[in-house]
Each structure stands twice: as structure tokens, then as C-alpha cells.
Design a protein around this ligand. Structure first.
Ligand code: NAD
Length: 418
């Protein structure tokens, strides 16, 4: 298999669906329905640039499935995003919402751009124009975006404002991950990272790893990786390695995470942090540790490094960090892996809470949010562990079995229209 074949995200998503279809005995026609995105849109649009003139950008929105409720999924701003990545991530969202049993289908969006090279004005104009271009798809009852790589609460605020201007009234529930001042939820910023730590804590008990003394390595120091590293450290775990796109830092005795957060904020990177050794991203993934948390991009654990991974447990905070070939190598080596559609579902779960709060205009405290998140993550992990025992499969296949079965059941129960 070529590297391009091993790492095409949509081919990987289809392959994972095929694997689980044979495990659960999925009906052939339902399998056919679930292989295809329900609806997708490509938009090309101009943005006025500060230097004068306009530049054309390409964006996407894809709804994979809405059988269990409105479509839900993030928007990614990244120079290398494309329609296959967006399709794959939309499909993952369908399974993820079903694994944590929240009433949403799956969607994803993206714009091909490097947000770090755009001014604030350009970023706002790009966001408002992209929102207008995809406005026929999004809405509080149809498709609800959220942040993903390269986007954040401010961008969600511009999306909400643009949609509301067109509607003629404020529609907070059209996006989640908004700032609290305009209808965001307490606890949303850290929710994905907190969910990662909650699932790791529960899984660690089952697999004989003690979280309070565990050595943890986190790849990525953005929305998810930063929160996960902080919360792991708060729970007493020793975070020995952390990286961002430029490279990483390692200290076998544990990094001072609050000081590292401060350092990364000031300098824009983690490398060069005191009392640590600089490492490359490839070296970071192969550090000896108990828990490895890929929290950056997809396809970082592949056939070329899976043999050298020295973690006992891998917890996929990023979407799609491990290829199917690497999955098999890790499974054969006895390394446990908590898959993305379970491990990083804390974000969409608190997004669901945000949507519910917006619709009711009735808001919860952070401790209520975190308590409800803990209940959902623990129950979802239990469902996946039960499925792994029932079908005698690895945890990714088990998570897919739970998610795909629930979506299939909804499809069969609703029936095929007309
Ligand atoms: P982000 O843009 O906030 O942060 C990404 C981090 O990864 C940054 O620290 C960046 O420097 C680093 N990075 C980028 N390219 C890299 C590379 N080639 N090697 C190593 N590090 C690199 O993004 P995020 O929102 O934290 O998302 C990270 C992952 O988590 C993505 O896969 C995303 O789909 C997934 N995810 C995010 C959320 C969420 O709530 N934001 C929820 C579920 C899943």
C-alpha cells in the first residue's frame, strides 16, 4: 500500500466502516447508505485583502448523516484541508455523536487557508463570507458548526452574528463553542481536553495504569492539547513531553505545565522551554511513556513508526491520528488505543449542552456541565468496553460497532423515504 493510500482520510473512514459492517453483520443496503455523505457543498468566494485587491478562497460543508438529529461538526481552517478530509471528518462526527448517544448527526466544514497569515479583518471577512455561502445548509435545527483546527470562539461569534443578521434576529444556537458572553457554555473551551482525561482515567483503571503516577506525552498544544496537558498535570500525572507544529520539549521528570503554557503564550512555541530538552515531533511520538495523546493532526502514527511507539495506552485526542495499518501493528503489540470517536467526544458533548442551553435560554454552572460530561463519557466508555468483549475486537472497532449500530437502527426505524 502506498503512503497516499494509507493516509487518504476518506478511504480510511470507509475502510473502518467496512471492518465494522462485517463484525456487526450490517445490512448491505444500510451499509450503502452510510458510505455516502448525505449532502455536500463546495464554495469559492473572494475576500478583500488588506494589501488591496481580492483573493479567492475555497470552502466546504458536508453533512454525512442526519438520521439521529441535526448535523453537528466543526469548521477547520487549514492550508491542506480538502473535500476528502471534510467528508471523512463528517462521517467520524456521525459515529462520535452516536457513541456518546447525543441526538445529532455528523457534519464538517473547512476553508483552505492559513489563518496565521491573515489579519484580523481578513479573517473576519473570510468567516462572514464563508458563513453566507454555506447559510443554505446551517441552522439551529439543521446543521450546527463548532470550532476545529484553526478556528476558535471568536470565529464562532462572527458566524453566529452573520447568520443572525440574515435572519433578522439573534440565533445563538446556530453554532457552539461561542464565548460565554453571547450564549456559549461554561466549560466548553476545556471540554475536549477534560473528556480526554476523564476517559483516560477510567480506561487506565481497566488496563492497570495508574493515572496519578502516569507519564504522559501530548502532541499538539492548541485548544485540545493545551487543555489536556493542563488537566492531566492537575490530576497529578507527570506530563513529560509536549509539542506544537514547530517541535516539542521533553523532561523525564515532568514539565512544569502552567509555566509552559505561559511560555508558549509569550513566545508562540514550546521549544526552548527551561529545564527541558528539545525534540522533533517524530521523536516525541516515540518517547517512553504510559499514555500517548496525539492532539494535533491526522496520520501521525503510521506503518513507519508504529513499531517504535513506547506508550502503554494511546488516547486519540486528535481526529484520525492513527492509520489502519498502524492500528493493526499496535494491536498485535498489545498497546491499547482509545479511538478518537470516543476519546475526543467531550467537545461535541458540551457543544450539545451549549445548544440545549441556548434553545432553553437557561444556563448551567461549570460544575453542572462537567458533572454531566463525566456521566456521558463514563457511560460511553462502558458501552465501548462491553462491545469489545461482545465482538472480541479492538476498541476502535468496538466504538464503531456502538456508533454504527445506533445510526443503522435509527435509519431502519425511520424507514426509507418515500
Ligand atoms: P488547534 O489549531 O487549536 O491546535 C492544533 C495544535 O497542533 C497546535 O498546537 C499546532 O501547533 C499543532 N500542530 C499543527 N500541525 C502540527 C504538526 N504537523 N505536528 C505537530 N503538531 C502540529 O486545533 P485543536 O482544536 O486543538 O484540534 C486538534 C485536533 O483535535 C484536531 O484533530 C481536531 O480535529 C481534534 N478535535 C478538536 C476538538 C475541539 O474541540 N477543538 C474536538 C474534537 C477533536
Amino acid at each position: 500500500m502506498t503512503v497516499a493510500e494509507e493516509t487518504n482520510p476518506y478511504q480510511i473512514a470507509l475502510q473502518q466502516l467496512d471492518t465494522v459492517a462485517s463484525v456487526i453483520g450490517l445490512d448491505e443496503s444500510i451499509h450503502g447508505i452510510l458510505q455516502k455523505p448525505k449532502r455536500e457543498l463546495t464554495v469559492n468566494f473572494p475576500v478583500k485583502m488588506d494589501a488591496g485587491g481580492t483573493k479567492m478562497f475555497t470552502g466546504y460543508r458536508c453533512q454525512h448523516n442526519t438520521g439521529r438529529g441535526p448535523a453537528k461538526g466543526g469548521i477547520r481552517y487549514h492550508p491542506h484541508t480538502d473535500i476528502d478530509e471534510v467528508r471523512a471528518l463528517a462521517m467520524l462526527m456521525t459515529w462520535k455523536c452516536a457513541v456518546v448517544n447525543i441526538p445529532f448527526g455528523g457534519a464538517k466544514g473547512g476553508v483552505i487557508c492559513d489563518p496565521s497569515t491573515l489579519s484580523r479583518n481578513e479573517l473576519e471577512d473570510l468567516t462572514r463570507r464563508y458563513t453566507t455561502e454555506i447559510s443554505s445548509m446551517i441552522g439551529p435545527d439543521s446543521d450546527i458548526p463548532a470550532p476545529d483546527m484553526g478556528t476558535n470562539g471568536q470565529i464562532m461569534a462572527w458566524i453566529m452574528d452573520t447568520y443572525s443578521m440574515h435572519a433578522g434576529h439573534t440565533v445563538p444556537a446556530v453554532v457552539t463553542g461561542k464565548p460565554v458572553s453571547i450564549g456559549g457554555s461554561e466549560g466548553r473551551v476545556d471540554a475536549t481536553g477534560l473528556g480526554v482525561v476523564m476517559v483516560t482515567g477510567e480506561a487506565a483503571k481497566r488496563f492497570g495504569v495508574s493515572l496519578p503516577s502516569a507519564r504522559v506525552v501530548v502532541q499538539g498544544f492548541g485548544n485540545v492539547g493545551n487543555a489536556a496537558a493542563r488537566i492531566f498535570a492537575k490530576h497529578g500525572a507527570k506530563v513529560v513531553g509536549v509539542s506544537d507544529q514547530y517541535g516539542g520539549v521533553y523532561n523525564e521528570n515532568g514539565l512544569d505545565i502552567p509555566a509552559l503554557c505561559e511560555y508558549a503564550k509569550r513566545t508562540g512555541q514550546v521549544m526552548g522551554f527551561r529545564e527541558s530538552q528539545d525534540v522533533t515531533n517524530s521523536e516525541l511520538l516515540e518517547l517512553p511513556c504510559d499514555v500517548l495523546v496525539p492532539a494535533a493532526i491526522n496520520n501521525v502514527i503510521t506503518a513507519s513508526n508504529a513499531e517504535r511507539i513506547r506508550a502503554r495506552l494511546i488516547v486519540e485526542a486528535a481526529n484520525g491520528p492513527t492509520t489502519p495499518v498502524a492500528d493493526k501493528i499496535l494491536f498485535d503489540r498489545g498497546i491499547k488505543l482509545i479511538p478518537d470517536i470516543l476519546a475526543n467526544a467531550g467537545g461535541v458533548t458540551v457543544s450539545y449542552f451549549e445548544w440545549v442551553q441556548d434553545i432553553q435560554s437557561f444556563f448551567w454552572s461549570e460544575s453542572q456541565v462537567n458533572h454531566r460530561l463525566g456521566r456521558i463519557m463514563t457511560r460511553a466508555l462502558g458501552d465501548v468496553l462491553d462491545a469489545a468483549d461482545k465482538y472480541e475486537v479492538d476498541l476502535r472497532t468496538a466504538a464503531y460497532a456502538v456508533g454504527v449500530s445506533r445510526v443503522a437502527e435509527a435509519t431502519i426505524t425511520r424507514g426509507i423515504y418515500p
